[in-house]
Write a protein that binds this ligand. Structure first.
Ligand code: SF4
Length: 462
């Protein structure tokens, strides 16, 4: 579905209601775990305000925060930091590292940013052997599928589907258990990590005060790979900066609760200067800090708020559109409400012009967001941006203006025979209307005619 827009996918019926049902079931399971885990906070609204405040404070001073981080992070031998403005910058930096460090086998951890810059495909094109360390991504690789959620890649899949994938790929029984799925994947992932020269991962937070990098995960793949490879390349968006280690006191339980409904994630790894106790003395760490449109977002008082996001994915879990259609329909790296904003800003492409409209403006995402982001306002802003950037096709605009003019005066609306209106409507709209909905029928009589018929014989009928 590479080049299809949200509307194309809906109209061509590429999404299925069965898939929506799986996503709905997974959202309900998440909700149960979330409801129980959120009780660990005596006042969750206070915690949300704290996060919002600290994220705002950090973003307003982001240049200094990054500068401080860099001073603490780098040393003269094994740690280097780079800045990348675009995907191409990242590719160039990585190519240099690969050459200098003589890397040919790479393991990839789950990271939305790595997907955002399509690094996997780039490295494969360079003939590198690339494998995934995350179980969800490992499963999707078997069918060349795409993640449908920013936290749980296989949110759109059930056990039966995964069993049959395993059956085709590894010849396992059709009815394997969830534990079998995990065991088989873990075994293969461990083998891949053993043979890898480098780990490429994202990061959850970069701590300005100490130059530390924080990784939050459930399967321990980053932790395991980090202790085995000789080169670790970390690629992080610049908004991942936080001011100090103290903030982790509430950020860590909040990310875990809102992302997976756990009080605390199973693995939390923090690497700070002199990481010899965790990793080998000769291991090299390269950090690439990515801008890719983030400083543009910072310039707008409204749009900058999206950079407060801590990537928990809760907004998708509660979104009625996401829950009914699943994440692959969005056809972008960040499905759900977050994606409606990021796709038109960071990924910025005409393919995403319909995305800001994939929203009922119900406000559920805004209510749940632990970073206090007013996603509803941002989605409305994204709609304005789409029009201002003229991403909408001329035909759409002309059609809207035509319909608008026609409805300004009742005389004009009533001026055509109902059959003609029906024919025009079906001709112009039915494609966008989609084959899941019935095109409405125009009434034979106008409202005024019906009103007069209904009240015939009554006095003072206007
Ligand atoms: S926008 Fe809020 S709810 Fe959505 S992923 Fe980011 S922090 Fe989580």
């Amino acid at each position: 579905m590479e080049n299809y827009s949200f509307v194309d996918i809906l109209v061509n019926n590429f999404c299925s209601f069965e898939r929506g049902q799986i996503v709905k079931n997974n959202s309900e399971r998440w909700k149960k775990r979330f409801d129980s885990s959120v009780k660990q906070f005596s006042d969750v609204s206070y915690v949300k305000k704290k996060i919002e405040y600290s994220r705002n404070k950090c973003l307003y001073n982001i240049e200094n925060q990054i500068f401080n981080f860099e001073k603490k992070f780098i040393d003269n031998t094994n740690r280097k930091m780079f800045f990348a403005q675009t995907d191409k910058d990242v590719y160039d930096i990585i190519s240099r590292i690969i050459k200098e460090e003589n890397i040919s086998n790479v393991v990839f951890s789950k990271s939305n940013l790595l997907d955002e810059i399509s690094l996997n495909s780039y490295l494969k094109k360079k003939q590198l052997n690339v494998t995934k360390t995350n179980i969800g991504d490992f499963i999707l690789e078997l069918e060349h599928g795409k993640p449908s959620h920013i936290v749980t890649s296989t949110y759109h899949k059930n056990l039966e589907e995964i069993s049959s994938l395993y059956n085709k790929e590894f010849g396992t029984d059709e009815n394997i258990t969830a534990q079998d799925v995990i065991d088989i994947a873990s075994k293969k992932i461990k083998e891949n990590i053993k043979g890898a020269d480098a780990l490429v991962s994202g990061a959850n937070f970069l701590v300005s005060e100490t130059g530390s990098i924080v990784f939050i995960e459930d399967e321990g793949d980053i932790n395991r790979a980090m202790s085995m490879v000789k080169t670790h390349i970390i690629i992080a968006g610049m908004e991942k900066i936080i001011s100090n280690l103290k903030e982790l006191n509430y950020l860590l339980p909040v990310v875990s609760t809102f992302a997976t409904g756990q009080n605390l994630a199973s693995y939390i790894t923090i690497i700070t200067k002199n990481p010899k106790r965790i990793i080998g003395e000769n291991q090299k760490i390269f950090l690439i800090l990515v801008n890719k449109g983030r400083t543009d977002l910072l310039q707008s008082a409204v749009s900058r708020n999206i950079l407060k996001c801590i990537r928990c994915g809760a907004c998708a879990n509660v979104c009625p559109i996401y829950k009914n259609l699943g994440g692959n329909v969005y056809n972008c790296v960040y499905p759900g409400p977050l994606g409606l904003i990021l796709a038109t800003n960071i990924e910025s492409s005409k393919e995403y012009k319909d995305l800001p409209y994939a929203c009922t403006l119900c406000g559920k995402c805004k209510d749940i967001c632990p970073a206090g982001i007013d996603l509803t306002t941002l989605i409305i802003q994204a709609r304005k941006d789409v029009i201002e950037k003229d991403i909408h096709s001329l035909n759409d605009q002309e059609l809207i203006m035509l319909l608008y003019k026609k409805t300004l005066k009742r005389k004009r609306m009533n001026g055509f025979h109902y059959g003609f209106k029906q024919w025009r409507f079906e001709k112009v709209i039915s494609k966008q209307w989609g084959n899941k909905r019935v095109v409405p029928k125009f009434s034979r009589k106008t409202f005024s005619e019906k009103y007069i018929d209904l009240h015939k014989g009554e006095e003072n009928l206007i």
